[in-house]
Write a new protein. Structure first.
Length: 134
């Protein structure tokens, strides 16, 4: 398992947000197709989602370290899923979002706004968890 004991809480948070930022960037590139996002979404309904994937394990392990819990703790698992869901939300609701914006495609400005909204919400959540020692 991954161990982040050598980092203080601020370094853990910084590393966590850097990883999340990279995931957001990757999710909203042309490298990830709408079909792949829908496949990820569909996997959850069909109960074939893979929680052994390296991204899930790394994020949950780092989050567990931030919260001083085990990565198998139900709270950590649910928080990890919530965070990953926030990252892909705008891709899952792609058509609805574009229709609401009266656009056919996201523009660079939209993607920057989506990233900022998502990253800020996740950071607020992490700060709240740290502050309340959940």
């Amino acid at each position: 398992s991954l161990d982040f004991y050598y980092l203080d809480i601020n370094e853990k948070k910084e590393k966590f947000l850097k990883i999340i930022s990279g995931l957001i960037d990757y999710t909203y590139t042309n490298e990830v197709t709408n079909d792949e996002i829908l496949l990820l979404f569909r996997e959850q309904f069909d109960c074939i989602g893979n929680i052994d994937n390296p991204v899930f394990k790394y994020i949950s392990n780092l989050l567990a370290s931030i919260l001083s819990k085990k990565e198998t703790d139900p709270f950590v698992v649910l928080q990890t899923i919530s965070i990953l869901s926030q990252i892909i939300a705008f891709r899952i609701m792609n058509n609805t979002t574009l229709k609401a914006l009266n656009k056919s495609n996201f523009e660079t400005e939209d993607l920057v706004t989506i990233k900022n909204i998502t990253l800020n919400q996740i950071e607020l959540n992490i700060d709240n968890l740290i502050k309340n020692k959940v």
